[in-house]
Design a protein around this ligand. Structure first.
Ligand code: SAM
Length: 209
């Protein structure tokens, strides 16, 4: 576990309300749009990597998905999400505190039908960390499974939460995932932060061969 990153994210989640976060979405529409293109059953596994306190998890629970895993390096983030969901809904989600760059628990998962990452990969600047992310993804995703990755686009911000980010387009993400993954759909999406300022993202959907 990268303890300084854990502290960094815990401090942010501790100091702000969820709807003040510069990535808060009331309704995670672009992710929902891409999920609707994934031909999966409600009992297949959806893994939200770096879920934080994301409302995507609420959407999944409220729409009857039965095998949801929310992971994050910050237990404070996941606790806020659990609290929002309420006890009954929270028990229907599997919670994993783990670092995607040094995973202990995530890498033991198998048969993930959808890997969802909004605004996490772009924080991994070091090649070693990116490689660990990728090898974990490849280990856990099932054949025919889907990968949704949303990152700051090439037009996007160069920093978030005081950290540098790597900006992506769909071709860079396709190259990163490699030839075992087919790009099915992508679009640019301008997210507006609570301050009203724009944040351009690239959203991508891939399927594993
Ligand atoms: C910008 S937030 C996005 C949160 C969520 N995906 C969303 O869309 O609301 C980035 C998230 O990645 C998590 N994170 C950052 N580095 C991580 C790592 N190495 N392993 C796991 N989670 C990480 C942070 O704690 C934070 O919740």
């Amino acid at each position: 576990m990268n303890n300084s990153m854990k502290e960094h994210w815990n401090e942010i989640y501790d100091s702000l309300d969820v709807d003040e976060l510069t990535w808060y979405e009331e309704i995670p529409e672009p992710s929902i749009k891409l999920l609707s293109k994934c031909h999966i059953n409600k009992d297949e596994t959806i893994l939200d990597v770096g879920a934080g306190a994301s409302t995507f998890v609420d959407y999944l629970v409220n729409h009857g998905f039965k095998n949801i895993i929310a992971t994050d390096i910050s237990e404070i983030a996941l606790n806020k999400l659990k609290e929002r969901l309420g006890e009954e809904k929270a028990t229907s989600v599997r919670w994993i505190v783990d670092d995607i760059t040094q995973p202990i628990h995530i890498q033991n998962l198998r048969d993930v039908a959808v890997w969802h990452d909004r605004a996490v990969l772009h924080f991994l600047l070091d090649e070693k960390e990116q490689n660990m992310y990728l090898s974990t993804l490849k280990k856990v995703i099932k054949k025919g499974g889907y990968v949704i990755i949303a990152a700051f686009s090439l037009k996007g911000a160069k920093k978030c939460s005081g950290l540098d980010v790597k900006n992506y387009d769909q071709n860079m993400l396709a190259k990163f995932l490699g030839e075992d993954f087919q790009l099915i759909e992508y679009f640019e999406h301008t997210y507006y932060m609570p301050s009203g300022k724009p944040r351009p993202y690239i959203y991508t959907l891939f399927q594993k061969n």
